[in-house]
Design a protein around this ligand. Structure first.
Ligand code: MG
Length: 266
């Protein structure tokens, strides 16, 4: 095009020289450099990791370290939590009136670490065998919240969207890496809380990513709403919510927890 518009009386070699002279500075200016895509600010904060990958890093809020239930209350009435602390672990109370417990603090987005154990002498079957749960958001006494299931799924069949690793009645876990009763299991969870418009409609849904014993079981799973035992899940507006542990009330031996910590995320 350029050549066509040039004075046709110019010798060909001069036309080429003009084209090269015009093109070289342009090329030099536009040539991508590695630096174009480097980002230097803001720098991530320094977090000192724990001695092991299960130990809380420096910015974690310790929810249970084996000593006491200072960070927890009864979910029913916010009275002192009545579960049993012994030998550095926390066990669901056999007293049927003790109920679920939840954190005193409320959270939005976070990373959670929690270890739990089905007792070696567990009895029962299906949903009545080692049932507990980690409610990733406990949104109030009248609401069900959002449950990541805890269950003995080691040689224990149940509906797959209610087995260990399921976001109860919503997700089917990607694998079953359950350890046998008597051994400790580890959940590492990333919770992205739902956000809501002023009129209560959903702005962005909730997402959960969960690893069980280091194996991915839920991959940025989009929830359809709160956990429901019967019926279709739906959202109900909330801002920040405690994390709740479930006392399912089974007759079999109770479940234990240990080493619970959380890191708040933006
Ligand atoms: Mg449960």
């Amino acid at each position: 095009m350029l050549i066509c518009t040039m004075n046709t009386r110019l010798p060909h070699h001069l036309k080429l020289a003009i084209i090269v002279a015009m093109a070289v500075p342009l090329t030099a200016q536009q040539k991508p450099k590695p630096e174009d895509t480097e980002i230097w600010q803001p720098e991530p904060k320094i977090v000192t990791p724990g001695a092991t990958d299960s130990a809380p890093p420096s910015d974690a809020i310790i929810l249970f370290d084996g000593k006491n239930l200072d960070e927890w209350v009864s979910a029913q009435d916010h009275s002192p939590a009545k579960w049993v602390v012994h030998d550095g672990i926390l066990t669901v109370s056999k007293d049927p009136g003790s109920g679920n417990i939840e954190t005193k603090r409320a959270f939005k987005n976070y990373q959670l670490h929690v270890e739990w154990r089905i007792p070696e002498n567990i009895t029962g079957s299906g949903q009545a065998r080692g049932n507990s749960g980690v409610f990733l958001a406990s949104t109030g006494p009248g609401d069900s919240g959002y449950e990541l299931q805890v269950l003995d799924s080691y040689n224990n069949k149940t509906y797959v969207n209610g087995m260990v690793g399921s976001l109860y009645k919503q997700s089917i876990p990607l694998a079953n890496p359950m350890r046998k009763p008597g051994e400790w299991n580890v959940y590492d969870v990333v919770w992205t809380a739902p956000t809501f418009n002023d009129d209560g409609t959903v702005k962005t849904p909730a997402y959960a990513t969960a690893f069980l014993n280091g194996v991915l079981v839920d991959n940025h799973f989009e929830l359809k709403g709160q956990t429901l035992y019967i019926g279709q899940p739906f959202y109900k507006k909330y801002d920040a919510a405690p994390i709740k542990l479930q006392a399912h009330g089974d007759k079999s031996e109770p479940i234990s927890f240990r080493n619970i910590w959380v890191r708040e995320l933006p």
